[in-house]
Design a protein around this ligand. Structure first.
Ligand code: HDE
Length: 709
């Protein structure tokens, strides 16, 4: 018997992947026949009926008819990218046998898919929603999928509630409204009757759910996992991704406008950043703790509605992921990629978190329905780099050609191969956790605190972040039509914090002692003192890492930021160049947004226009600069869109810079010059001061002048 009896792909034929990659100039049908006319279908006479015999027409239309596959039931809208992961050193070998986390010489390829949860495939990127953050590591020991979110707790504790949660947030089934939005009755009906959702609700109402870009999001594995060392020792671990370009968000008004102006905003900037060589990067962070430590916490680490505060167990940054290549084909890669939390490598194992346990079933099940066959694992994007060799056979769309007659184990006809791999040679062995217990359908008592960590999150916010939560909840519940649901929600919010509950009640007309609604400035004052008692938070009242204003994952930087230079014919070309150079020096980018495409005349020089004011609003930029040039400024002053462009950037808290000549334009847009509030007169401040302002991202000290989030 030949040794390679069971080796896949022993055929001499090229694989389909190899065949389709053979460069060809010839237009063919799907079976390789050359096509002489792709413009006209076959008909009986030039003005006669089409003929059934036209196999080229039928093949082309039939393939087209079947181009769509079912979209993901959740996380349908996504954007993906290829990259690499490398661990910094071997210090983790004390905790885990996973080579991807201990061999610093390895560069592991990864594919990452970011997603929104509720919207369908064609929905807008900037909906208020959780973002999926799924990473597939193609390790030498097989694929490892870390299928996480950008928010560390989850809504529910038990997988059995997931279909209910998702049904409630999806468009209401009788009329399929609203798309990609949680602001509706069924969602809040479910939430108001499910207090365990309160912690995650606070996160979703915060700015975390409207990220500035995918590169500005943290990622979290959510569940507690296990690390297993080569010696079989187990510890608990929580996974984090820390963005090296910091955590930043949109404001709600901006997010809503972007949904119409550029529904692909996140997808586009991920693509553009990678094309421009400005590769998004994250550090992998770990919180490692023992089971004994976990037993001391006043919350249960198996409860996915809780996080482990970083002030309790610090995050150790252990390696870096860089996204450096865009997919070649959206469908083949981003759409067909299939993640599963069950994809693990030796050295990592599950915990008994009942949400995670349910997920272990769901993902394989859903891939078979979505991709139509258990052979989805053979798709190029899902195939491991580690060789595959087993006795699984056949099924729809099977591509592997397994030679020989042996497809069972044990066998002697195939030389007993492929054979099991013992643990010491890298075979996966489940951690032998001792188990006793009674079969029950029951939540553990240790899962019963539903408000403590919601309070911890609330307390940890800066006043402006608290204000955004108040405004978001006022907005969302303002859209709920059934009063009883609104009243229940007010009671939950009051338990989290009295000021939060009262402010939302006021906006809903439910405050008994109703007075005038406080202004933004008055509200900020109230919120400075709005602190709650906490429980289930490891004794902490605040956790610094939860605020993105007070504590960011990276120092301020303009890397990846885009500044609009607003200009018309007659612009001062020198001013334009100064700002472009100052930004480029720090890794930022400026685009000339002109009154027309082509070039602008500028004192004998020409300034190339990147976008026009007609097609490109200020919401797609991080800051705006107005160069000098009397004719340019005069033309802009007479354009309502240009005046609004600057006014809106200011109201959204963004840096605004102007040459001295352009100060009167600022006045026209209602923008007061004040460097401390991010409005720079470049005859007094340098271009570098403006760039530093852009790096700050937002100027919340303009409160009162801001459009609230
Ligand atoms: Fe998922 N989830 N999920 N989920 N999830 C899916 O699998 C599910 C949960 C997450 O870019 C589905 O391939 C159940 C938590 C991401 O392709 C499905 C439960 C977290 C993605 C599914 C959860 C996630 C999914 C739909 C409760 C954060 C997108 C399509 C027990 C840790 C992956 C698919 C991608 C996708 C089920 C809860 C993250 C139906 C039953 C908690 C990032 O299998």
């Amino acid at each position: 018997m030949k040794d390679d009896q069971n080796k896949p792909q022993a055929s001499n034929l090229p694989t389909i992947q190899e065949a389709i990659q053979q460069p060809t100039q010839r237009l063919t049908d799907n079976l390789g026949h050359a096509i002489s006319d792709d413009q006209n279908s076959l008909r009986a006479g030039v003005r006669g009926p089409s003929l059934l015999e036209d196999f080229l027409l039928r093949e082309k239309i039939s393939h087209f008819d079947h181009e769509r596959i079912p979209e993901r039931v959740v996380h349908a809208r996504g954007a993906g990218a290829h990259g690499t992961f490398q661990v910094y050193d071997d210090s983790l070998s004390e905790f885990t046998a996973a080579k991807v986390l201990t061999d610093a010489s390895r560069v592991t390829p990864v594919f990452v898919r970011f997603s929104t949860v509720a919207g369908s495939r064609g929905s807008a990127d900037t909906a208020r929603d959780v973002r999926g953050f799924a990473v597939k590591f193609y390790t030498e020991e097989g694929n490892w999928d870390l299928v996480g979110n950008n928010i560390p707790p989850f809504f529910i504790q038990d997988a059995i509630k997931f279909p209910d949660l998702i049904h409630s947030v999806k468009p209401e089934p009788h009329r399929e409204i609203p798309q990609a939005a949680s602001a509706h009755d069924t969602f809040y009906d479910f939430i108001s009757l499910t207090p365990e959702t309160m912690h995650m609700l606070m996160w979703v109402m915060s700015d975390r759910s409207i990220p500035r870009s995918l590169a500005n999001m943290e990622g979290f594995g959510v569940h507690t996992f296990r690390f297993i060392s080569a010696q079989g020792q187990s510890s608990f671990v929580k996974f984090h991704w820390k963005p090296l370009s910091g955590i930043h968000s949109l404001v709600w008004d901006e997010a809503q406008e972007l949904a119409g102006r550029d529904a692909d905003f996140h997808r586009r900037s991920l693509w553009d950043d990678i094309e421009a060589g400005n590769f998004p990067e994250w550090e992998l962070g770990l919180q490692i703790f023992t089971e004994d430590q976990a037993a001391e916490f006043d919350f249960d680490v198996l409860d996915a509605t809780k996080l482990v505060p970083e002030d309790l167990v610090p995050v150790k940054r252990v390696g870096k992921m860089t996204l450096n290549r865009n997919p070649d084909n959206y469908f083949a890669e981003t759409e067909q990629v299939a993640f599963m939390p069950t994809n693990l490598v030796p050295g990592i194992d599950f915990s008994n978190d009942p949400l995670l346990q349910g997920r272990l079933f769901s993902y394989l099940d859903t891939q078979i329905s979505r991709l139509g066959t258990p052979n989805w694992v053979e798709l190029p994007i899902n195939r491991p780099l580690a060789p595959v060799s087993n006795h699984q056979r056949d099924g729809q769309m099977r591509r592997t050609i397994n030679p020989g007659r042996v497809s069972y184990e044990p066998n002697s006809l195939g030389g007993g191969q492929p054979a099991e791999v013992p643990a010491e040679k890298g075979g996966f062995v489940t951690y032998p956790e001792p188990m006793t217990g009674v079969k029950v359908r029951q939540r553990a008592e240790s899962f019963s605190d539903h408000y403590g960590q919601a309070q911890l999150f609330w307390n940890s916010m800066s006043p402006v972040e608290k204000m955004h939560i108040v405004r978001a909840q006022q907005f969302e519940l303002g859209k709920v039509e059934v009063r009883d649901i609104r009243l229940k929600m007010i009671e939950h919010l009051r338990r989290i914090n009295a000021v939060l509950g009262d402010q939302v009640a006021a906006a809903l007309g439910e405050l008994e002692t109703a007075g005038p609604m406080p202004s933004d400035t008055e509200l900020m004052k109230l919120l400075e003192k709005a602190v709650s008692d906490t429980t289930a938070s490891g004794g902490l009242k605040r956790d610094a890492a939860l605020s993105m204003v007070d504590h960011n994952t990276a120092p301020p930087s303009v890397r990846g930021r885009k500044v609009a230079i607003l200009a018309a014919d007659g612009v001062n070309a020198g001013d334009v160049q100064t700002i472009k150079d100052a930004l480029a020096a720090e890794g930022g980018k400026a685009e000339v947004v002109g009154t027309h495409l082509g070039s602008l005349r500028a004192d004998g020089e020409e300034v190339k226009v990147d976008k026009t004011i007609l097609t490109t609003p200020s919401v797609v930029y991080d800051a705006v600069y107005l160069p000098g040039g009397a004719a340019s400024l005069e033309a802009l002053s007479s354009m309502g869109d240009a005046v609004r462009f600057v006014a809106q950037a200011y109201k959204h808290g963004k840096a605004v810079g102007a040459s001295h000549e352009a100060l009167s334009f600022l006045q026209r847009s209602g923008v007061p010059v004040d460097a401390a509030k991010g409005v720079f007169d470049l005859s007094k401040q340098s271009a570098d001061d403006f760039v530093k302002g852009v790096a700050q991202h937002r100027f919340w000290n303009r409160s009162g002048d801001l459009i609230p989030a």
